[in-house]
Design a protein around this ligand. Structure first.
Ligand SMILES: CC(C)(COP(=O)(O)OP(=O)(O)OC[C@H]1O[C@@H](n2cnc3c(N)ncnc32)[C@H](O)[C@@H]1OP(=O)(O)O)[C@@H](O)C(=O)NCCC(=O)NCCS
Length: 186
């Protein structure tokens, strides 16, 4: 019986292959204990994947840029119908989000417990509010906030609202670094 086939990533989370393809994680990422990353997934420098996330790049690919934060318990998957999940840099995805076959451009924001479905797009600095459901193919425009189930356009984010959100993402980069240093010595 195979007890454990994975490799441990920086921080204690686990990486697994699918059809011989392993995830590629930049050196200084924090992959928290309980996180599981499978198959064709690439993650850029300074990004963090928090406790108990699952990122499964099997029937498509997952790409994640730099300094992006995916908070605890989130699930990121793809769809075999051609919907990869492409997440840019400086993106924040809140706790328990489900991101499926979606593109999220740089500085995008997905609130906690929100869901994005196949073919949906969140453009640069776009925000999906906590608990919302972005249905298939819907597009959150640049700097727009969408809210609700199903999510609808709510308003344009002004610069101060956007800065407050961006601050949250930046704080997480520092927190992730603190965890990384502490866990390296254990
Ligand atoms: C969208 C958000 C920023 C609040 O927006 P807001 O417009 O400032 O909301 P307000 O508090 O002014 O509330 C305005 C109305 O929208 C409703 N509302 C607020 N957030 C909502 C949400 N996420 N979904 C549905 N309705 C929401 C309020 O109940 C209120 O309704 P009412 O007018 O009937 O009383 C907030 O809900 C959110 O999603 N924050 C993200 C938090 C997060 O996930 N962080 C990551 C983890 S650290």
């Amino acid at each position: 019986m195979v007890i454990e086939i994975g490799r441990m990533a920086n921080g204690g989370g686990m990486l697994y292959p699918y059809q011989g393809i392993w995830p590629e994680i930049a050196e200084n990422c924090f992959i928290a204990p309980g996180a599981r990353i499978v198959g064709d997934v690439k993650i850029g420098a300074g990004s963090s994947i928090w406790f108990n996330c699952v990122l499964r790049g099997d029937v498509g690919v997952i790409r994640i840029g730099e300094r992006t934060v995916i908070q605890d318990g989130s699930v990121v998957h793809v769809d075999s119908g051609g919907f990869d999940t492409i997440i840019g840099s400086d993106v924040l995805i809140g706790h328990m989000a489900l991101v499926h076959g979606t593109t999220i451009e740089n500085d995008g924001f997905v609130g906690m417990d929100a869901t994005t479905m196949d073919g949906s797009i969140i453009k640069q600095k776009g925000m999906l509010a906590a608990g919302s459901l972005l249905s298939p193919g819907k597009i959150v425009g640049e700097g727009e906030m969408w809210m609700g189930r199903p999510a609808k356009y709510n308003r344009d984010l002004d610069e101060s609202a956007y800065k407050a959100l961006a601050k949250g993402a930046k704080k997480y980069v520092v927190t992730a670094d603190t965890y990384l240093k502490e866990y390296k010595d254990l």
